[in-house]
Structures are given as structure tokens and as C-alpha cells.
Design a protein. Structure first.
Length: 236
């Protein structure tokens, strides 16, 4: 019996090692996987609210360079509708206009009369194209944000108590042009994204010009909220 005890112990040890060898290693979550989850989720939502703000160099919305972009706040309904309030400066006057975007057509309210007028296709503010679920902002970021790293867990000042994963990378000029549909023409930008990995909701994206001199950089901030919510948007 005494001779059997060491033998039994050896068999037990072999069994334990065998079980350990069959345990699958935990999957390593990479920054690219986190980004893919976020952009796929956002592109699949039926709608959400958004804002766009810009700091730095002047950006014109029209071919004649009369209408200067300031900021925008709106509601996007996938795949091709948006209702947006846009702050502009035109002929030295700061004002707001309402832009209604439907498939293949846009209208803007006249800042003086309030009457809606059809916008020419050359007008560069096109939110439904920016946010198109197949070729817009999020698919372009998913395939074009390079040198991706996880900065860490952070809270945005506007949303205290909600920890978000901060991703950072670089965005080449051709991707920037695709994201903005020609609104932003910069050689290279850094891209920062804050998302809730529990829901895959992207709350903020910031694009910063890395080629400009200090103090002259163009900074674009895109915020998103009311995830999944839609509204009725019709022609004026």
C-alpha cells in the first residue's frame, strides 16, 4: 500500500497538469479591437444627436468663401436624414441657420427671412454624408486611424462619473478628407476617441492638426449623445 501512494500522487499531478494545459488563454483585447467595436456600434445605430465645433484656421462652407463655419448641433437619423442648427459668420454677421438634410438634397433657412432655400451641392456642410453608416465618419475612422494606443480610462468634464476608454492615433490626410467630405483639408492630424466599452458608444472624437505651428492648429471636436434615438425629419 505504501508503494501505491507515490504512484497515486504522480498520477494526480499528471492529471492536474493535463487540466492546466487544456485551459484556453484569455483573449488579449487590442486597441484596434476596441475601436472596431465602437465604430461598428455607432454605424449601426438608427440615430443620435451630435455637435461639431472647430477652433483655429477659418473654414468656409461655400465656393465663394463668404460663409464661415462656426459650430453645429443636430440630430442624425440613419442612413440619410439630419436636422442641424449651424452657427455661421457671413458678411461679418454672426448668426444661426437651420439645415434640413434629406437624401440627395439640403435646405437652409435664410438668416434674415427664415425662408428655406435649397443648398447647392458645392456647399460643404453635409452631415448625412459625414455620418453615413457605410462610407462616413465612423467607417473611415475604423479603417484609417493608425498607430493606435490606449491612453487610459478618463472622465469627460461634461460627463462626470462615467469612465471612458481614451484611444489615440494618427489620421493621414486622405482619411481626413474622406471623413469630412472635403470640409477639412489638412496633411495629417492626431485622432483621439473616448468611448464607453460597456456599451460601445463613442462619446467624443477630437481631430488636431499636427502639421501647423503652435497656436495655429485646427482642432475639430465631435460629440455624440442620445444614442439610438430618432426624430421625424421632413422637407420644409
Amino acid at each position: 500500500m505504501k508503494r501505491l501512494i507515490p504512484f497515486i500522487l504522480i498520477l494526480s499531478l499528471i492529471a492536474i497538469l493535463a487540466i492546466g494545459c487544456n485551459v484556453e488563454p484569455e483573449e488579449v483585447i487590442t486597441p484596434a479591437m476596441i475601436l472596431a467595436d465602437g465604430v461598428t456600434h455607432m454605424a449601426g445605430l438608427p440615430g443620435f444627436e451630435f455637435s461639431i465645433t472647430q477652433e483655429g484656421q477659418i473654414v468656409f462652407l461655400d465656393a465663394d468663401e463668404v460663409v464661415q463655419f462656426g459650430s453645429a448641433v443636430g440630430h442624425y437619423v440613419s442612413p440619410d436624414k439630419a436636422l442641424t442648427t449651424v452657427t455661421i459668420t457671413a458678411l461679418g454677421m454672426l448668426t444661426e441657420i437651420t439645415v434640413i438634410s434629406l437624401p440627395d438634397i439640403q435646405w437652409a433657412s435664410n438668416p434674415l427671412s427664415g425662408v428655406f432655400q435649397e443648398l447647392p451641392d458645392t456647399y460643404l456642410f453635409k452631415p448625412t454624408q459625414y455620418l453615413d453608416p457605410t462610407s462616413g465618419f465612423f467607417p473611415s475612422l475604423g479603417s484609417g486611424l493608425a498607430d493606435l494606443v490606449v491612453v487610459g480610462e478618463e472622465e469627460l468634464e461634461e460627463m462626470p462619473g462615467l469612465p471612458l476608454t481614451h484611444l489615440s492615433g494618427t489620421v493621414p490626410g486622405e482619411v481626413i478628407s474622406e471623413i469630412s467630405k472635403g470640409l477639412i483639408n489638412i496633411e495629417s492630424m492626431s485622432g483621439d476617441l473616448w468611448m464607453d466599452t460597456a456599451t460601445n458608444e463613442v462619446h467624443r472624437v477630437v481631430l488636431t492638426d499636427t502639421s501647423a505651428a503652435e497656436g495655429e492648429a485646427s482642432i475639430w471636436t465631435f460629440d455624440f449623445w442620445s444614442f439610438g434615438e430618432t426624430i421625424e425629419i421632413t422637407a420644409p
